[in-house]
Design a protein around this ligand. Structure first.
Ligand code: UT7
Length: 322
């Protein structure tokens, strides 16, 4: 059987760091509230003129070097993002050209915080079908540009960044199973009210911000992620005990802890970056994976479960042996 396998990873975080103390100066909140209710201590915020594709390029360069490949080896580019530079050309196309990757299929997927899991799942299918040999997969967001910095319910949560992986065929091991889901009935619990075909007049106004019913999102997230994790393991014939690592979406430390509890995994086996990155939407899982691999915790051959949940709602998981 041909697997697809991650052979290189990279991440990029913008230079500017905003601590909870900095946020305290903007809205009526406290470091104590943010840390205990969300786990966030600081987040990186992109510069006003910095774009998602620029962050992707930096993360991709590191992943390409890590994989020991040349840009000319890449034959497909997929990016999960909800904050593209432009409506078109898509972010992957901009990255393909600027990195000197030869002309190839290059497209972006919009699935909010689940964007990277959707992108990785898609890349996996192309490789298993024999239609791609080396895919650059990214998750990246300038999500702080969508935030109302006067709304303490949302502005304390988010951060910017980009994560990238290189996926290639492997006869030994790699991605074992992918599970995706979505249910649009929850649209109103988490959304951004402006699009290119609706409410365009709101663009640039004080009403153009992320709108979230945090408490309700929290409950559905925990329930859904628990269900998809159980389904993923059952499908693959893998037990909870066999899992070496959980690499979850970094929305809230309490959601991550609830997931770890359901999987009966000690927090030592969970990669947590929410304290340093905040919720970076589609960038959170690939950046957390890169952190875990680069600091030597996640080792080749180990069994890793990645999962995410976001606006839509969308959700997904990928089980792999690194
Ligand atoms: O990544 C995509 C998916 N997104 C998520 O998964 C986010 C899920 N939701 C959450 O992480 C949490 O619901 C939040 C962190 C957003 C909020 O935490 P919570 O424990 O659900 O708080 P809450 O909204 O129920 O608010 C509790 C209290 C309220 O005060 P009262 O009404 O009890 O007096 C809020 O006004 O906390 C207050 N509050 C704050 N206080 C200080 C809300 N935000 C803040 C704040 N600082 N930043």
């Amino acid at each position: 059987m041909t697997y697809s396998r991650i052979v290189g990873t990279g991440r990029y975080l913008p230079e500017q760091i905003m601590t909870n103390a900095d946020v305290e100066k903007i809205v009526d909140t406290s470091d104590e509230w943010i840390r205990t209710r969300t786990g966030v201590e600081r987040r990186h915020v992109c510069a006003p003129d910095q774009t998602t594709s620029e962050m992707c390029i930096e993360a991709a360069k590191i992943a390409i070097e890590d994989a020991g490949i040349d840009v000319t080896d890449i034959d497909m580019v997929i990016t999960g993002t909800t904050t593209p530079d432009l409506i078109f050309p898509n972010v992957s196309t901009l990255v393909q050209h600027k990195l000197g990757i030869p002309a190839c299929p290059a497209f972006s997927l919009e699935a909010a915080c689940t964007g990277f899991i959707y992108a990785l799942t898609t890349a996996d299918k192309f490789i298993k079908a024999g239609e791609a040999k080396c895919v650059l997969v990214m998750g990246a967001e300038c999500i702080t540009k969508l935030v109302d910095w006067t709304d303490r319910n949302t502005c304390v949560l988010f951060g910017d960044g980009a994560g990238a992986v290189i996926l290639q065929p492997s006869e030994e091991h790699g991605i074992i199973s992918c599970h995706l889901g979505a249910d649009g009935q929850y649209k109103d619990l988490l959304y951004y009210p402006v699009g290119q075909s609706s409410n365009l007049a709101l663009a640039g106004t004080a009403d153009a911000n992320i709108i979230m019913s945090g408490n309700e999102v929290f409950k559905v997230a925990v329930k859904t992620l628990g269900k998809i994790a159980a389904e993923t393991l059952e499908d693959a014939g893998v037990t909870k005990e066999e899992l070496d690592w959980l690499v979850p979406h970094q929305a809230n430390i309490r959601i991550i802890q609830a997931m770890a509890k359901r999987l009966e995994m000690p927090m030592e086996k969970v990669i947590v970056t929410v304290q340093d990155h905040g919720n970076t939407s589609a960038a959170s899982v690939p950046m957390a994976l890169d952190v875990g691999i680069r600091d030597g915790r996640i080792k080749p051959g180990q069994l890793v479960l990645m999962e995410a949940f976001g606006g839509g709602f969308t959700w997904g998981s990928v089980l792999m042996r690194l």
